[in-house]
Design a protein around this ligand. Structure first.
Ligand code: URA
Length: 443
């Protein structure tokens, strides 16, 4: 086979066979295919697309390029969830705890902060002592004993994706539905869960801007997962505004604890409930409605919140800051951002990506892989899109351990907001759900 022929075939709109895709992925991993040719094929895929069969084959070949988690020591069904990323998107601690409290095991591998979006592992590691590097035996033991565990994803899963993702990042070829779907699904399949619930984001804080494109991605990921024999569902949700009111690792853990105690912002509660009921239902535990009621009971009884604390303790962490609100730790440097004299009427738009970058400047994210994260850094949001605003109103509070970051963070946060005289149309947080066989329901 010649890489030149594969590039020309795709450039002319042809379909790559399984053998060609397998040969390509092996060549990428062994280093035999030069980056220039790999990048050319990625660009041709971006321009001409890939069908469901090709995307599924690419997923399977990337999956085969590395190790697969062996969850055989955990009896029964294992569930996992994945979000395509966003700002304030701390749904995993909430969903994992409530689902485990309802009796479904959650075995989850998560990533760290990526670009402007936070990382689940960083959020859990903001709990003192929490270990995300459990051995496979420890991981299975915690899932069996407690019902849920969250560990950091290792580089041993899907090395082909790691190489391809790095090249896509350099060549402007990230935003193709088939490439995104195969990248995400290869890692999800490698993580070994039987039930996979996907949260596909669209909007100013997501890398997909339009809901219809997010729905296309959700649909393709569900189909790829089903072809691989897993139970997969997806919801398409808005990331046009940050989810909830907290951005930052510790601040989001506090918000997660509040949500598990039945408090917190209704939109975020709705997203968490929808994901959790979808997972339980995919696992065969009842209809979405019945599973939703099961979740409400787990929250009302306190079992869901207690499960989160149990998960943290089982992985070596200390949940005292969640258990006793008086022990919550906050950043030493804080600044209130208030509406100035021009801010009249309504907050009409939030550039959520910029808000994520602001949190990064405050110390929520790493600039280099070896950097330490400031767990206390972040933003507490007071006004969101659609809220009326008058001069002097509190817009948000910036939190950091590095006072020199405050001026730049304030400038960027203010830049992220647009005000106007008319109330804007705020789209509902839930856009659509994709169920078995790609059945789509609109909310
Ligand atoms: N996240 C991934 O893991 N892969 C993509 O291609 C995009 C987002």
């Amino acid at each position: 086979m010649r890489m030149y022929d594969l590039i020309v075939k795709k450039k002319n709109g042809g379909e790559l066979t399984r053998e060609e895709i397998a040969w390509f992925v092996r060549g990428v991993c062994s280093g035999e295919i030069p980056d220039a040719q790999t990048a050319a094929l990625l660009m041709a895929i971006c321009l001409k697309g890939m069908g469901e069969r090709e995307a599924s084959d690419l997923t399977q070949e990337m999956l085969a390029s590395g190790k697969t988690a062996d969850l055989s020591a955990i009896p029964g069904k294992k569930a996992d969830k994945h979000s395509t990323g966003g700002v304030g998107d701390s749904t995993t601690p909430v969903v994992a705890a409530v689902v485990a409290a309802c009796g479904l095991k959650v075995a989850k591998m998560s990533g760290r902060a990526l670009g402007h979006t936070g990382g689940t592992v960083d959020k859990f590691e903001s709990m003192p002592g929490f270990r995300s590097d459990l051995s496979p035996r420890e991981f299975a033991d915690v899932v069996n004993r407690v019902g849920a565990a969250v560990i950091a994803q290792t580089g041993e899963l899907c090395p082909a994706d790691k190489k391809l993702y790095a090249l896509r990042d350099l060549t402007g070829t990230i935003d193709n539905v088939a490439l995104i779907a195969s990248s995400i699904m290869s890692k999800k399949l490698a993580s070994g869960a039987d039930v996979i619930m996907l949260d596909v984001k669209y909007g100013s804080g997501a890398f997909i801007k339009k809901p219809e494109n997010a729905l296309e991605l959700a649909d393709l990921m569900v189909r790829i997962g089903e072809r691989a024999g897993r139970s997969v569902g997806a919801v398409v949700t808005s990331m046009d505004v940050p989810l909830g009111r907290a951005v930052g690792n510790l601040l989001e853990m506090y918000e997660a604890a509040d949500l598990l105690c039945g408090k917190g912002e209704p939109d975020k509660r709705l997203v968490c409930r929808t994901l959790a009921s979808g997972m339980l239902s995919l696992a065969g535990m009842g209809t979405r409605e019945a599973c939703g009621e099961m979740i409400d009971r787990a929250v009302a009884s306190g079992r869901a919140f207690e499960k989160l604390c149990e998960m943290i303790r089982a992985q070596g962490g200390d949940p005292a800051m969640l258990e006793e609100p008086g022990r919550r730790v906050y950043a030493p440097c804080r600044r209130e951002i208030r509406a100035d004299g021009d801010c009249r009427g309504y907050l009409t738009r939030m550039d959520t990506e910029k808000i994520g970058i602001t949190a990064g400047i405050l110390g929520e994210a790493r600039k280099r892989p070896e950097d330490k994260v400031d767990y206390t850094a972040g933003i507490l949001i007071a006004k969101k899109t659609g809220d009326p605003v008058k001069p002097g109103d509190l817009l948000c509070e910036l939190h950091t351990s590095d006072s020199s970051a405050l001026d730049e963070a304030e400038r960027l946060y203010r830049e992220a907001l647009t005000f106007g005289g008319e109330p804007p149309r705020v789209p509902p947080i839930l856009y659509a759900a994709v169920g078995p066989n790609g059945s789509v329901s609109r909310f």
